[in-house]
Design a protein around this ligand. Structure first.
Ligand SMILES: Cc1cc2nc3c(=O)[nH]c(=O)nc-3n(C[C@H](O)[C@H](O)[C@H](O)COP(=O)(O)OP(=O)(O)OC[C@H]3O[C@@H](n4cnc5c(N)ncnc54)[C@H](O)[C@@H]3O)c2cc1C
Length: 410
């Protein structure tokens, strides 16, 4: 890099990263103090790329959970630290903020909130209009390479320019290069691992059942991890809210297991093995002359029921009346305690995040300022904070950005 020839530009505040957290911070800073000169440096050709693809192109902006102490429970990493920040800027404030900026949000049945337009472009347009109006410089193709602190200011070297500023906001998401730079400033980085993934499973019981779902509970064997909720059978294995929750809470533990572990699925969710035996006996009495595999029970999808019956070694012709004790036990086992071997993970296309990042002990959560280097602030996924799916990851970006802005202008 030819540093000598690089242009030198001055700003009051430089934001590194043109994603959700970077834009939200920049807009809030200049709205609060229009006299501040602010730039966003983005390494890519375009900005807000994750916002664009988020929520399957619809952008799940936040979640209809408006009480800070309830909201924090969705964050496997950051639960304790986010209590204070959510008391300053919570999901209700997000709804209000977007409304004030001309974007109406709607609540879906599961609590996820999207723009009424059902398009992430609405959020991008809202941010782009605001930076234009507020005269915030958005500099793309500026990959930050170096950070250097003098007594009075910061120097930032990007691939194109050298910048001088009073304060830096790090909003670069989960980016290893920036974490390395921050390590040189004395920050500790919690090792990054993926979160929000689905489980790869090859098993005859779920083969060719892609798209079927059932409300079930899942336990990871030799672990305390368990979750319940709709379980979705995919081409590769199992997905759905329950699996994603396990992947988030177990992000580190499952990485340690190299994504090779066994799970136990209770397809009947809260019904225990013993209760299943009793219920099967009742069905046997009621449907004695009917073929076991023919009519699905417990509201399970028919083809899944057929596969579980087959896995319990019950032939296609067997009638309920002929079911022996061994077969009844085997069926109850398949229904409430079906073991599957997971041999890897796949990306959940609608949303994924990284667990890991800046050690939360090194951040003042009243201001989002670094405890290691003054005048250095953090917002978004760069921190060791992440949540399950549902709009919570963006909420972390909005909350962090708002608090940074509030404190920078003070
Ligand atoms: C497919 C997908 C769908 C998702 N859907 C949702 C959803 O619907 N709801 C939800 O809550 N969450 C969702 N998430 C998670 C959410 O997108 C992130 O948590 C959020 O984008 C984090 O925002 P951020 O600004 O911290 O980081 P990012 O959005 O990652 O932005 C960081 C920016 O910094 C830039 N950058 C990195 N290094 C440098 C550098 N050296 N110099 C300059 N710039 C740099 C990057 O190019 C990037 O543009 C989704 C994630 C994915 C991958």
């Amino acid at each position: 890099m030819q540093k000598k020839n690089l242009l030198n530009s001055k700003y009051n505040i430089i934001i590194i990263g043109g994603g959700a957290a970077g834009f939200f911070t920049a807009i809030n800073i200049v709205e609060k103090n229009p006299n501040l000169k602010v730039a966003i440096l983005e390494r890519g050709k375009s900005v807000l790329e994750k916002v664009r693809i988020s929520g399957g192109g619809r952008c799940n902006v936040t979640h209809a959970c408006f009480v800070p102490n309830d909201l924090v429970k969705f964050y496997p990493r950051g639960e304790r630290e986010l209590k204070g920040p959510f008391n300053q800027f919570c999901s209700g404030d997000t709804v209000e903020w977007f409304e004030k900026h001309g974007v109406e949000l709607k609540i879906e049945d599961d609590g996820r909130m999207f723009p009424v337009s059902n398009s992430s472009q609405t959020i991008i347009d809202c941010f782009q209009d605001a930076v234009k109006k507020l005269k915030i410089d958005v500099l793309t193709n500026h990959s930050v390479q170096e950070l250097y602190r003098t007594e009075s200011h910061w120097k930032i070297t990007s691939t194109q320019e050298v910048f001088t500023c009073e304060k830096i906001v790090m909003a670069s998401g989960s980016n290893p290069k920036i974490w390395e730079l921050l390590e040189t400033l004395g920050h500790d980085i919690i090792e990054p691992v993926p979160s929000l993934f689905t489980f790869n499973i090859k098993d005859p019981r779920i083969k060719d059942l892609m798209g079927l779902s059932a409300v079930a509970s899942v336990r990871v064997k030799k672990s305390k991890l368990q979750a319940s909720g709709p379980l979705l059978i995919t081409h590769w294995g199992l997905s759905g809210p329950g699996i994603l929750r396990l992947s988030a809470w177990g992000a580190r533990e499952l990485a340690d297991k190299k994504y090779q572990f066994a799970i136990q699925v209770n397809w009947l969710n809260e019904i225990t093995f013993e209760e299943a035996i009793d219920l099967l006996k009742e069905i046997k009495a009621a449907l004695a002359k009917k073929i076991v595999g023919k009519y699905a029970q417990f509201k399970l999808p028919k083809r899944l029921w057929e596969n579980l019956v087959r896995a319990a070694d019950i032939s296609e012709e067997t009638k309920w009346a002929d079911l022996n004790k061994k077969q009844t036990t085997a069926l109850a086992e398949q229904l409430t305690n079906a073991e599957f071997q997971v041999y890897g993970k796949s990306t959940f296309k609608e949303e994924f995040v990284t667990a890991g990042g800046i050690d939360l002990k090194e951040v003042n959560f009243k201001t989002m300022e670094s405890k290691v280097a003054p005048n250095l602030y953090f917002a978004g996924e760069i921190l060791n904070i992440d949540a399950i799916t549902g709009g919570f990851n963006f909420q972390n970006a909005w909350t962090g950005g708002f608090i940074v802005a509030d404190n920078i202008v003070k």
